[in-house]
Design a protein around this ligand. Structure first.
Ligand SMILES: [Zn+2]
Length: 163
């Protein structure tokens, strides 16, 4: 009798553990299929597309940081921050400050998206020299050709396969 109870308990434990594993798997699956894995604010999309067009010139898909979830959105940040990139192993998020966005010139908006996406996609930190550089901590008004030339150097250094 005792032996029977022990075996029953063991069986129930196994069933319970597998149910928990199965349910967790189901819920994780549901979570990732319900919410979009990639979200880009409509207004930011043209600027983001410009960046990805350049990224694709130098990098293959697997060479940029592409976690389960990525988003590029407007946020209410402190007025001295134009934007920021936050990263974890599972996601990255670019937040653009809604308060300051409208006061930026078109070239500055483009540069800001290049700047933040360079942080997120290449895990690139700020660059102190040369100044001005689009990866300096401050956003400088630099000509587009100069920005693209600087981006090319960073992207090529990061993505070696297409060289
Ligand atoms: Zn930055």
């Amino acid at each position: 009798m005792n032996n029977f109870l022990v075996r029953l308990l063991r069986l129930l434990t196994i069933i319970f553990v597998w149910t928990v594993i199965f349910m967790s798997f189901l819920m994780l699956n549901l979570a990732f299929s319900t919410f979009p894995n990639k979200y880009i604010d409509k207004e930011l999309l043209p600027y983001v597309e410009q960046v990805y067009e350049r990224v694709n010139l130098y990098c293959d898909k697997g060479e940029v940081f592409n976690p389960l979830r990525t988003s590029i959105v407007f946020s209410d940040l402190d007025t001295d921050i134009l934007g920021q990139c936050s990263r974890t192993p599972l996601f990255w998020k670019v937040e653009i400050n809604k308060k300051t966005w409208d006061s930026l010139k078109t070239i500055e908006k483009q540069m800001l998206l290049f700047h933040e996406l360079t942080h997120c996609l290449f895990k690139q930190s700020h660059i102190k020299h040369p100044v001005p550089h689009y990866m300096n901590e401050m956003i400088y008004e630099i000509p587009l050709e100069e920005l693209l030339a600087e981006f090319e150097i960073i992207a090529k250094a990061h993505c070696k396969e297409k060289l």
